[in-house]
Write a protein of this length. Structure first.
Length: 337
């Protein structure tokens, strides 16, 4: 990278401008020079007056670039195409009812089981890329291999984005300010276009529309979850999305899942909702803290899902009519009595 001209450096690593500014280096007019050639233009008097340490500046630039790439998740080997769960044991020490489960991008896996059965523990094992070092004894592989420690211990390389029912904003920003801050931190070339894509997608999920001028602290629960799902799908670099019980989140669940998988995310969701469970390609059954079995969604279940969706649509229509203050009738709900 040190053979690149300053213009090439800025094009490939836009954040290097901050390095030059922090070191009070005015590179204007030297875009066709390498950094080393630029430093050579200083006279001995300028070097002394400005306390310029050429060797230190040269040595620190590549280090700065690598650190920023790690912080922003820009390494070329960051692509995740598959997640594999290797079996552990339940709370009684009994081996789990499978050997390994591999999930690839654009697939959805549901996690079902009674309250307290261990669904959240499985999500936690995945989030921290467990290596037989959690109470379940499970291990997680990324792309079929033991994950690099950056996935486990670095807050800058987030393997997982968590979405839950409880989402609260504490910063008093508008939706646009919030999204712009995230877009700029990700070095997006055209933040405004991305912001508009996210608000459009969010409003496609939310029951009640909102706009870019809305303060994030005034968003309803459904609106805030719609915003974060759209943000995760379009802007987040995390390749795996863990969803913890969003059945009562006030959003269009099917559209939310379609948006996430269309962004090449691996989606795992803990749920008590039969619609969400059957929308998945497979479902993990949790009992007594362990995975008792893994079931592929059958063709018969997919047919049943269509019927369940019709019932759910009827309930959603009734809910909306009641919210508007309307009196329900067979005609309103378009049903025969």
């Amino acid at each position: 990278m040190m053979n690149l001209t300053l213009d090439q450096l800025l094009q490939e690593y836009p954040f290097t401008s901050a390095y030059f500014e922090q070191n009070k280096l005015d590179i204007a007019g030297y875009g066709d020079k390498t950094f080393e050639e630029y430093l050579e233009h200083f006279t001995e008097e300028e070097v002394e007056d400005q306390a310029i340490e050429k060797e230190k500046l040269l040595a620190n630039l590549p280090v700065y670039i690598e650190q920023m790439k790690a912080f922003l998740g820009l390494e070329k080997d960051n692509h995740v195409s598959s997640l594999t769960i290797l079996a552990g044991h339940d709370k009684s020490g009994v081996s789990e009812g499978f050997s390994e489960l591999t999930v690839e991008t654009s697939q959805i896996i549901s996690i079902v089981g009674p309250t307290g059965s261990g669904k959240s523990r499985l999500l936690a094992d995945i989030e921290w890329a467990a290596q037989n070092d959690t109470p379940t004894g499970r291990s997680i592989l990324i792309n079929g291999k033991k994950p690099d420690n950056k996935w486990r211990f670095s807050s800058n390389n987030r393997l997982v984005a968590q979405l839950s029912q409880n989402m609260n904003f504490v910063m008093d920003l508008t939706v646009e300010d919030f999204l712009r801050m995230h877009a700029v931190s990700r070095l997006v070339e055209d933040p405004q276009t991305i912001i508009e894509q996210i608000i459009l997608a969010a409003n496609n999920l939310a029951g009640e529309k909102f706009d870019l001028t809305t303060p994030v602290t005034s968003l309803s629960g459904g609106q805030s979850r719609a915003l974060m799902i759209a943000d995760t799908a379009i802007l987040s670099s995390s390749p795996i999305v863990l969803i913890d019980e969003i059945e009562n989140a006030g959003i269009d669940r099917k559209k939310a899942l379609n948006l996430l998988v269309s962004s090449d995310k691996i989606v795992l969701m803990a749920t008590h909702d039969p619609l969400l469970a059957l929308m998945a390609d497979r479902r993990i059954i949790i009992k007594n803290g362990g995975i008792s079995k893994v079931i592929d969604t059958s063709e018969e279940e997919k047919v049943l899902l269509e019927e369940l969706e019709k019932m759910d649509s009827l309930i959603q229509t009734a809910r909306q009519e009641l919210r508007k203050g309307s009196a329900l009738s067979a005609k309103t709900l378009e049903i025969e009595v």
